[in-house]
Design a protein around this ligand. Structure first.
Ligand code: SF4
Ligand code: SF4
Length: 459
């Protein structure tokens, strides 16, 4: 795509990066076919190509964001299906992140919109505040009808309704799997695995048999069993697992809302926390069980590319970052001694895993090896509508995508659903009675751990 940025504009590194991305787009439109918003609405302005054109016009002409552009960029899920499809390698993620930061600087949103964004930004990334808010939502659930009647079909009313609908019945308190600490390996492992790989894909030569696990912000409040199962499994495989002091939200939630400074502050804290652990005892990997966070941690190197004090540490952290399924496949987890019952599992591939991190086969391979009958979900490339806080901010589109996802899952007639992202688990779980379980909980069960709680409830 031809661009017309001035030399003065290109002195700004962010704009120079955006320009490079824009130039790689050849406007072929292949990306439109796999974009969930284009599939639903059929409007070019709600397609990746249409958004790229609108962003180009805004940046090139140094315009403040207008309401039309904001509407179409806000409707983007950041699912990155367009990046998987694009034959030219357009880095849409970095482009839309840049556009969102520009929107934040130049556009004044309506009051109700600002209010809900502030609430989400100040609550969700902090587990204790999130816990407190969920408690309020639980108490408010019986009044959902009243709120709907008062707020009517306004956007605010719909968003409040979505928040109440997504609030879980059970809220987890802080426990040892969500607080800083170290979990030692359980002696010499009987399960023989390979060495983890370095950034060039070669087996690591100097092993510390020690990994860090991102505790995260929302996941331990919604389901602490996921990190619990991960720690147990890794300990049984001979790894010490560290929950680093000072680590917290990865920054993804606010980053996707255009809040660059807050996202960088949160990312910086994580980089420093893991760097201290690397210095103290070495780390073979930094493991992430929420794939939405994994995409962001793997991008820290890019986020801090111009920070002379942090860029090396950030690059090391990004190189060490692995989704848990990616790591278990990398160390060549062997077949378990005793296979699981032959249950049929619909594997839901989270967008952040399949498109953001390009991790597509590892979870399915591991689940099959464990003895489960794994089925792909039709239209598996389409988002379930979760996308961070999208299901709260865009409840209509998110609801349509969820219903479409659940209908596609039903076609596989599964006994259970497996997924690697708490956002998807919450979103899909709000539309089906079929148990939906994190991949690592099923793997922990296969390799000597407890049966996942959600399956126990069924038997
Ligand atoms: S597929 Fe890639 S090159 Fe083609 S229009 Fe979409 S973003 Fe541009
Ligand atoms: S990130 Fe997803 S919703 Fe956004 S333009 Fe790309 S495919 Fe469409």
């Amino acid at each position: 795509m031809e661009t017309n940025f001035s030399l003065e504009q290109l002195r700004d590194d962010g704009l120079a990066e955006a320009e490079k991305i824009l130039r790689t787009c050849v406007h072929c439109g292949f990306c439109t076919a796999t974009c969930p918003t284009y599939v639903l609405m059929g409007d070019e302005l709600d397609s990746p190509r249409g958004r790229i054109y609108q962003i180009k016009d805004m940046l090139e002409n140094d315009k403040p964001a207008g309401p039309q552009l904001v509407k179409h960029v806000d409707r983007c899920l950041s699912c990155l299906a367009c990046m998987s499809t694009c034959p030219s390698g357009v880095h849409y993620m970095h482009l839309v992140d840049h556009a969102r930061a520009h929107i934040n600087r130049t556009y004044k949103r309506p009051f109700a919109d600002r209010l809900i964004r502030i609430i989400l930004q100040t609550v969700l990334p902090y587990p204790s505040r999130f816990r407190f808010a969920l408690l309020g939502a639980k108490l408010g659930k019986p009044f959902a009808g009243l709120i709907k009647a008062v707020a009517g079909s306004s956007q605010l009313g719909k968003r409040l309704g979505a928040m109440l609908a997504l609030a879980p019945g059970r809220i987890e308190g802080p426990n040892t799997h969500s607080l800083p600490g170290s979990f030692p390996a359980i002696g010499e492992s009987k399960i023989k695995t390979d060495a983890p790989k370095d950034k060039d894909g070669e087996p690591r030569k100097r092993l510390s048999k020690r990994v860090a696990l991102l505790t995260g912000c929302a996941q331990p409040v919604l389901d602490s069993g996921i990190n619990g199962a991960t720690i147990e499994l890794l300990n049984r495989l001979g790894y010490e697992v560290v929950l680093a002091q000072g680590e917290g939200c990865c920054g993804a939630l606010v980053h996707h809302m255009g809040e660059e400074d807050q996202a960088h502050t949160q990312a910086r804290a994580n980089i420093e926390a893991w760097s201290r652990e690397i210095d103290a005892g070495g780390l073979d990997a930094i493991l992430i069980t929420t794939s939405g966070c994994g995409t962001t941690v793997k991008d820290y190197g890019y986020m801090f590319r111009n920070d002379p004090l942090l860029k090396d540490k950030a690059a090391i952290v990004s190189d060490l970052a692995r989704d848990i399924s990616q790591f278990l496949e990398e160390i060549n987890l062997p077949k378990p001694e005793k296979k699981l019952p032959r249950l049929t599992v619909a594997y839901h591939s989270a967008c952040s895993l399949q498109h953001g991190q390009q991790v597509k086969t590892a979870p399915k391979t591991l689940l099959s090896r464990a003895g489960l009958r794994v089925k792909d979900v039709p239209e598996g490339h389409l988002c379930c509508g979760s996308a961070g806080v999208y299901n709260i901010m865009q409840p209509d589109i998110a609801g349509q995508l969820r219903d479409r996802k659940v209908a596609n899952i039903d076609k596989t007639k599964p006994d259970l659903i497996a997924a690697g992202n708490i956002g998807c688990i919450t979103q899909i779980g709000s539309g089906t009675e079929i148990p939906i379980i994190h991949t690592v909980e099923l793997l922990n069960w296969a390799y000597g751990g407890e049966k996942p709680e959600k399956l126990k409830e069924r038997s």
